[in-house]
Structure formats: C-alpha cells, structure tokens
Design a protein around this ligand. Structure first.
Ligand SMILES: Cc1cc2nc3c(=O)[nH]c(=O)nc-3n(C[C@H](O)[C@H](O)[C@H](O)COP(=O)(O)O)c2cc1C
Length: 345
C-alpha cells in the first residue's frame, strides 16, 4: 500500500512532502477513531523491551535526529510504534537553515542527500513544545532524545557555550542527550570531533549535570568519515569525558559506489549522504567500536536500516539500539512494526 503513496510522494519536492505527510498524520492522530485505527495497524507486536544507559525502551527501534527537529510529531511517531525519537538538532537560537532545495532523493541507491543546515525553532521554543507534550501525555512510554548543536554564527572556540545552553534549556524535557559534532552541513562543525573541543564541550555539560536533581545520559554522535586514528582518539577520550554512549553514525560526505548517474549526483552538490550506501560503513564502525570497548560503551546504530535483517545486523555488530531515517522514507509507516516482528523471531 505504501508503494502507491510513495510513487506519488516521490513525484514532489522531498522536503514539502515530508511536512505534508507528517502534518496529515498528526491531524489524523487528533481524531480518536483514526488514531486508534492507525495504532491497531502500526503498533508493533511481540516487542523486545530494552534497557540501556538507565533508560527502559519499549522496543529498540528509534527515529534518528533531523526528522522531527522541532518535536512537533511525537504523538504521531509514537502511534507508529517508535520506541524512541531523537528530536533536533536543536541550536540555542532559531535558524532557517540552508537555501532550498536542500533535500534530494536518490531512488536507485535507496539514499538521500541533505544539506538542511540545522533549521530549527531554537532551544526555548522546542523546550516549550516538549513541556506541553509531556503535560498532555504523562503516561507515554516514548523515550525522547535531545540532539544538540551550535548555531552557524557561533565560532568553534565558543561552541561549548551553545551546547551548554541547549543542554540546560532542554534538561527537564528530554530523557537523554546527544552531542552532535558530526553533521556535514554546518561549516567547521565536524572539527569539534577533535580532542580539545570534545573536552571543553563535555566538561561543561558534566559540570552542569552535577547541579541537576536527576541524572541524564550524554551521548556523542560521530561521522562515518573519521579515520581509524580519529576513532581511536575518541575511544581513549571516552573515559575522560565519561561518555554514556555513542551514536554510529551520522551521514557521510563520501559519494562512493553510487548507481545514480554521476552528473545527477554532481548537480545535487554538497550534503550528507544517508541510506543504503552508508549501511556497510556504519556497521563496520559499530563492530570496531564494540570490539575496542569490549561492549562496555552503549551504541546506537544508525545508517541504512530498511528491514528487520538490517536492524539485526546492527545489533549483531554490537549496537544496543537502532535508529531509522532514510529507511522510513523508503519503507513507509509500517517499518517499526516489521522490524520488531523480525527481531522477535
Ligand atoms: C534530511 C536529514 C536531516 C538530518 N538531520 C540531522 C540532524 O539535524 N542531526 C543529526 O544528528 N543527524 C541528522 N541526520 C542524520 C540521521 O539522523 C541519520 O544519522 C543518518 O541519516 C543515517 O541514517 P539513515 O541511513 O537511516 O538515514 C539527518 C538525516 C537526514 C536524511
């Protein structure tokens, strides 16, 4: 059934369709009978509840950051069965992001290229939206992650202040945090994956956390384009910065082994590539980190998950939880249910 909707959706601008489809779903979820019907269709059965970094997930399948940047679709996403949703990337001040078009499909590769550039409503507005959602859904089991970043206009030397602002503004509203230093669409951001920058960001966040009444895990999201030496450096650092977990991985700036015509890819231009072309690299990196850390560092696997088999591959590589993003666009709203069914068997 989704195949038909998808062929219609894919005839229109990718970003417009994203908002159209999600607004439609959000509207449907506001009508009791429709909501219950959708829940009946999409709610995963036979889930495997998962406990990681002190949090209990109703199932290990989540939605990656960048899909619901402003936390507007939590109800709809929970109806579709996601065990967790990562909102953001959130920056201290609102941002419009890069010029449109900035999201492109590569159907032959089951991939996307995006250069959104952290468009979001800013930490304060998003904290307010989340607080409203929490009040209206006090018994929801949906785990919410807060993916945080810096404004484009903030220099890298002051980046830690932006992360701290987002951290403190969202603290009471999210269940875990992700320090995003790996998006390719904010100039210079990925340089923050280097030792001194990570130390300054994480020490500011840890210090702030000691003043909070409740402990919340802080994760790091890394790029798949890091060299082995860079990954090793982060792993050595991970105990100094008391890393609670790692997300492997963000989108790649690579364009290797694409089937799509080279001219089309060149015309699209800069941006992060996600989906199937990222699958193998992300699984390799998960396996490497899991081995190096002897399974002691919790991992969220992200990159090219479309099916139950793909998710199991990530879990077998060492991931504790799995996120989908591009797979959701290609496979449709039943993706969480299908993956959970596969995992259970
Ligand atoms: C349009 C788009 C926007 C994204 N925005 C963010 C973001 O704001 N922050 C972030 O950490 N990751 C972002 N990502 C990366 C995804 O969360 C995910 O890590 C990546 O796409 C790999 O997973 P996938 O192959 O399942 O898509 C974005 C991805 C896409 C396609």
């Amino acid at each position: 059934m989704y195949r038909i909707s998808r062929s219609i959706f894919f005839a229109f601008d990718a970003e417009k369709v994203h908002y159209f489809a999600m607004n439609l779903l959000r509207w449907a979820c506001k009508i009791g009978i429709l909501r219950r019907l959708l829940q009946k269709i999409y709610e995963p059965k036979n889930t495997v509840p998962t406990k990681v970094f002190g949090l209990s997930f109703s199932n290990p399948i989540g939605l990656g950051a960048g899909f619901d940047k402003n936390a507007q679709y939590l109800e709809a996403l929970s109806v579709l069965g996601f065990g967790f949703v990562e909102i953001g990337t959130v920056t201290p001040l609102p941002q419009t992001g890069n010029e449109k078009p900035r999201l492109f499909r590569l159907p032959k590769d089951k991939a996307l290229i995006n250069r959104m550039g952290f468009n979001n409503e800013g930490a304060q507005t998003i904290a307010h939206t989340l607080s409203k959602w929490r009040t209206q859904n006090p018994s929801s089991s949906l785990i919410i992650g807060g993916n945080i970043g810096k404004n484009k206009s903030s220099p890298n030397e002051d980046a830690w202040k932006d992360y701290l602002t987002c951290f403190e503004t969202l603290y009471d509203q999210v269940d875990y945090f992700v320090v995003n230093v790996s998006s390719p669409n904010t100039p210079g951001l990925r340089a923050l994956q280097e030792k001194d920058s990570l130390l300054s960001i994480f020490s500011a966040l840890h210090q702030s956390r000691t003043q909070q009444s409740k402990w919340k895990p802080i994760l790091l999201k890394i790029a798949p384009d890091l060299s082995k030496e860079q990954v090793d450096e982060i792993l050595v650092l991970s105990s100094d910065i008391h890393l609670d977990g790692i997300i492997v991985s963000n989108t790649t700036i690579g364009r290797d082994r694409l089937v799509t015509d080279k001219k089309i890819v060149e015309k699209i231009g800069a941006g992060g590539l996600s989906g199937l072309p990222l699958q193998e690299r992300s699984s390799e990196l998960i396996k490497y980190i899991h081995t190096q850390t002897q399974g002691q560092l919790p991992i969220i696997g992200s990159g090219g998950v479309f099916t139950g088999k793909d998710a199991v591959e990530k879990l077998q590589a060492g991931a504790n939880l799995v996120q989908v993003w591009t797979g959701f666009i290609y496979e449709g709203p039943s993706i969480v249910r299908k993956i959970n069914r596969w995992i259970h068997h």
